[in-house]
Every structure is written in structure tokens, then in C-alpha cells.
Design a protein around this ligand. Structure first.
Ligand code: HEC
Length: 206
């Protein structure tokens, strides 16, 4: 790449000479135009490959990798482990590990409210909580297992997660105080906003 220096290329010497447009340079005085062309050749094949779905990069995630990442619980309950928890047990778990951030009754504190807001979704200020917004109770199980408590995700046992989910759903008025949640009962819980979403059926969202 030639190095272009000095006033030669900058054009306008006086009113009678024709002005050449200035070429953009970086701090070291090197023209950027060839670089852009080079970039185009680098990016274009990648973009075309991406379009045809063959980037040649990476590999499809294996079941083990997905498991390790914690993406194992699906809305229909697939991936839920053995174990069970009651509302009462969950209250104790919640007070010990969650209340400090989410409030004593999950009404929100340092961290978001997890209950309430049910009638606010169509208002000017929707309050999106687990109770008011989340379409699947199974997602709550999955979320807590992967990310909560905030400072030590993965520290709760499966039983404790079933229990704390039961407690939160009870606080939200979604299950009764005698609910026992496990891999059979949790997917059957109907969340208030279950039908509040529309399916995006455009072909590229498959
Ligand atoms: C140290 C503070 C802290 C503790 C303790 C904590 N959380 Fe959280 N929680 C957060 C923060 C911060 C977020 C938001 C995280 C984000 O958006 O990435 C959050 C988000 C959540 C959400 C998602 C809320 C939403 O609507 O998006 C749930 C559910 C939740 N926490 C449940 C729990 C449960 C159950 C426990 C106890 C086992 C717990 N949290 C303990 C800080 C905490």
C-alpha cells in the first residue's frame, strides 16, 4: 500500500486550480480507501456463507454442552429432574436465599418484584413480573436453577428449587398453599399470561 504524504494529494493550491477531493487519512497519513476495499473482500464471502447457512465455524451444540449450560428445562417440562418441593419448604428457602434482594414477600426491593402487576399489562405502565407476565412455570424453575441466587447460582438443590417455585407461585395466587411441585405437576400449572403472547411464525424464526 503506497504511503501518501505531504500536500500533493490535498488539492486546492489557489483559486484557479481545480480542487481534488481530499482523501480521508488516518493519523499516520495512510489513505483508508484500499483498506475498505480489502475489508469488503474479507466480509463479503463470510456474509454470503452466512446466508447459505454454512459459515464453516463452530459446531452444533451437543446434548452435554446444552446440559452444562443449563438449557435443559423446556416449557413443556422436558428436562425437569426428579425431586419435589412444597410451599412451606419454599418459604424457608426464599427467606434465606432470596428475600434480601427481592423483598420479604417478593414485592421487590433491590431486585425486581416477582409477584403482582397482574392487571397492569394493558395499562400505560405494565408491571412485568413472574406472576403477571411469564407464560410458563417451568421457565421459572429453569431460570432459578441457572441464575439464582444472584451471587451463587447453582447452589440450590433440585428440591429447594421446586419448593421456592411453589412458594413464589403461591405468593402470586397461582397455586394453593398445599401445592406440591415436581416434574409431573409443575408443567400443569397454568400461568395467568399463558395466552398473552403471539407466535412469531415467520420462516426465519424456526
Ligand atoms: C443478591 C441479590 C439477589 C438474590 C439474593 C436473589 N436475586 Fe433474583 N435477581 C436479582 C437480580 C439483580 C435480578 C435481575 C437479573 C438480570 O436481569 O440479569 C434477579 C432476577 C430474578 C428473577 C427474574 C425476574 C424477572 O422478572 O425477570 C427471578 C425469578 C429471581 N431473580 C428469583 C430469585 C430467587 C428465587 C432467589 C432465591 C433463591 C433470588 N432470585 C435471589 C438479584 C437477586
Amino acid at each position: 500500500m503506497p504511503r501518501l504524504r505531504g500536500p500533493l494529494l490535498t488539492g486546492c493550491a489557489g483559486p484557479l486550480t481545480r480542487c481534488r477531493p481530499r482523501r480521508r487519512r488516518n493519523a499516520r497519513g495512510v489513505s483508508l480507501a484500499p483498506l475498505r476495499v480489502a475489508l469488503l473482500f474479507l466480509v463479503l464471502p463470510a456474509a454470503l456463507a452466512a446466508q447459505s447457512g454454512t459459515t464453516g465455524l463452530g459446531h452444533e451444540a451437543t446434548a452435554e454442552e446444552l446440559g452444562a449450560a443449563g438449557y435443559t428445562v423446556f416449557p413443556d417440562g422436558k428436562g425437569l429432574p426428579e425431586g419435589r418441593g412444597t410451599v412451606g419448604e419454599g418459604k424457608a428457602v426464599y427467606q434465606q436465599f432470596c428475600a434480601a434482594c427481592h423483598g420479604r414477600n417478593a414485592e421487590g426491593d433491590e431486585a425486581a418484584a416477582l409477584v403482582g402487576g397482574r392487571d397492569s399489562l394493558t395499562s400505560e405502565r405494565p408491571r412485568k413480573t413472574v406472576e403477571s407476565y411469564w407464560p410458563y412455570a417451568t421457565s421459572l424453575w429453569d431460570y432459578i436453577r441457572r441464575s439464582m441466587p444472584y451471587e451463587s447460582p447453582g447452589s440450590l438443590s433440585d428440591d429447594e428449587i421446586y419448593a421456592v417455585v411453589a412458594h413464589l407461585l403461591h405468593l402470586g395466587g397461582i397455586v394453593g398453599g398445599d401445592a406440591v411441585l415436581d416434574r409431573e405437576t409443575l408443567p400443569k400449572v397454568e400461568m395467568p399470561n399463558r395466552d398473552g403472547f403471539v407466535l412469531d411464525d415467520r420462516p426465519d424464526t424456526d
